[in-house]
Design a binder for this molecule. Structure first.
Ligand code: SAM
Ligand code: SF4
Ligand code: SF4
Length: 370
């Protein structure tokens, strides 16, 4: 059967019409149609990547003919900072830089310095973090820390070098990422987290080796269920290994105790090793939807605001910025968009009338960030 692949650059934008945003909360926080506040902003700084992870940017789609965004389409650092400032004034407390591979964006430290200076209306510093494949981390960890980054999450799917190279499909060596992780650790980017996407039949053999490797390290290892994000990875439910099985596998070797969530909106369920060797987490995006507490918005590389990881279109904030819209009108547009948000893809995934219409295209993870 042939599947139609839609290039991400083809995804259309929802024009933004600044409108009456409805009554603001006393503290400026925005709430959506299900009363979920806007607290987290993920900002994608590039759609390019030096890996071709099989579950994210399959080489057959993201090949040499693939049209990545031209530089002029990207939000500049000044544009990102301006939008971030408005989001923070309206309740965003946490910003995560992502991509593509964020460390490929030239002079990223300059953007981090600017974002690190933002404070919430209550005067608190932001929780400023970044997700990376770790390839350039050994080189960059110290400059990122010096620029004001608080912490970092590294993606790592295997501890077996041939399997790691097969999964990143760029022949990238495992040792370089492990060195990146230890450099970030010693640079004080803490708490340091490592995310492993588990694909049944591909890297489930790595669950225990990964658990063993990160026990006693002070690094929090988290297992992510393989998701049906985008349309190019050929996702199939049979390749999803439910988090419950991950936990059962580890608990058979090392007894685990459940830990309290840090906050209501936390995506990971936390577990501690009963022998005190540290903490792990599972992110069960497929088997245990957490839409009810989803406080995340995503700003794409070219300035489109997505309200859900599984959305098919974004709201074009770049157009407003480049038309010379005033801050107050940008804030009103963002408020209007968030007030009308009713996305809850994962919650509806299993229902008879699923959330996506047949043939409907969805944004790619490499474009919007994780
Ligand atoms: N390149 C960076 C990296 O890999 O960390 C940041 C961007 S990447 C899109 C963000 C996260 O999304 C990574 O942790 C990656 O493993 C995860 N991811 C990508 N495709 C996924 C999928 N189909 N299911 C679950 N997680 C996925
Ligand atoms: Fe690149 Fe990250 Fe996607 Fe892998 S998961 S292809 S490293 S963007
Ligand atoms: Fe949030 Fe959408 Fe994921 Fe639900 S499916 S948790 S609304 S990003």
């Amino acid at each position: 059967m042939s599947r139609r692949i839609i290039p991400v650059a083809d995804i259309s934008a929802i024009p933004v019409i600044p409108a009456n945003p409805g009554p603001p909360s006393p503290d400026g926080t925005l709430h959506d149609a299900f009363a979920r506040p806007l607290r987290d902003l993920r900002i994608s700084v590039t759609d390019r990547c030096n890996f071709r992870c099989v579950y994210c940017m399959p080489r057959a789609v993201f090949d040499k003919n693939y049209r990545f965004l031209p530089h002029s389409a990207l939000l500049s650092f000044e544009e990102i900072e301006r939008l971030a400032r408005i989001f923070v004034a309206h309740g965003v407390e946490k910003i995560r830089l992502t991509g593509g591979e964020p460390l490929l964006r030239k002079n990223l430290e300059y953007l981090i310095e600017r974002l690190a200076r933002l404070t919430t209306p209550g005067g608190q510093p932001l929780d400023l973090t970044l997700t990376t494949n770790g390839a350039l981390l050994a080189r960059k960890a110290h400059s990122l820390k010096n620029a004001g980054l608080t912490r970092v999450t590294v993606s790592l799917d295997a501890l077996d070098d041939p399997l790691f190279r097969q999964m990143n499909d760029a022949d990238f060596a495992l040792d370089e990422v492990l060195t990146g992780i230890s450099t970030a650790h010693s640079a004080g980017l803490a708490p340091l987290k490592v995310n492993m996407v588990v694909k049944r039949g591909t890297n489930d053999s790595q669950i225990l080796p990964m658990a063993n490797y990160f026990r006693h390290s002070g690094i929090v290892l988290r297992f992510i269920e393989y998701m049906d994000v985008g349309t190019s990875n050929g996702w199939n439910m049979t390749e999803v290994l439910p988090s419950a099985e991950v936990i059962a596998q580890i608990a058979a070797h090392y007894p685990l105790v459940p830990l309290e969530a840090h906050s209501e909106a936390e995506t990971a369920q936390r577990w501690g090793y009963a022998d005190g060797a540290g903490e792990i987490g599972v992110i069960s995006s497929v088997t245990r939807a957490f839409c009810a507490t989803c406080t995340r918005a995503r700003l794409s590389t070219e300035g489109k605001l997505y309200l859900c990881l599984f959305a098919s279109a974004g709201h074009d904030l770049r157009a407003l910025v480049r038309q010379g819209t005033r801050d107050a009108d940008l804030a009103a547009a963002i408020a209007h968009i968030w007030h009308n948000r009713n996305d809850r893809y994962s919650q509806l995934r299993g229902s008879a009338h699923g959330p996506t219409l047949p043939g409907e295209r969805r944004v790619e993870m490499s474009y919007i960030g994780g």
